[in-house]
Design a protein around this ligand. Sequence first.
Ligand code: DQA
Length: 148
Amino acid sequence: ASVLILNGPNLNLLGTRRPEVYGSTTLAEVEELCRQEAGKLGLDVDFRQSNHEGQLIDWIQEAGPEVKAGRSIGAVFNAGAYTHTSVALHDAVESVELPVIEVHISNVHRREPFRHHSYLSPVARGIVVGFGVYGYVLAINGLFQATR
Ligand code: DQA
């Protein structure tokens, strides 16, 4: 089976974007980290990034049947700023049978108040916040344990 790892807006800039907040690891390096970790669990990785809300919604809708068919265990999702704005992403996750682990590299709760609310948290299976890119490793393991 595989695990879907979805990254939202601006995460393509990881490594150069505000390294004091997000660290200096690039998204390509995060992908490699995820492949190594998932490999230990016998999982393949489907790693994606988009700056477009509708594209992320399409991918979530497509992921539901993959889980039903037993080809995927669910998704690790860093929705970036759409976390704090998108009712549409909330509805997409709620509309499919897709276990989602919400991930944030930074601890959003010690940052600006507009980052404290998440539209995804009420529909997430679990949440990992503030552990840097290691959060992806934690989320893969958490999703695996929660769905086995
Ligand atoms: C983020 C936190 C969000 O508030 C921000 O808009 C991001 C990245 C994180 O991983 O810490 O783009 O999701």
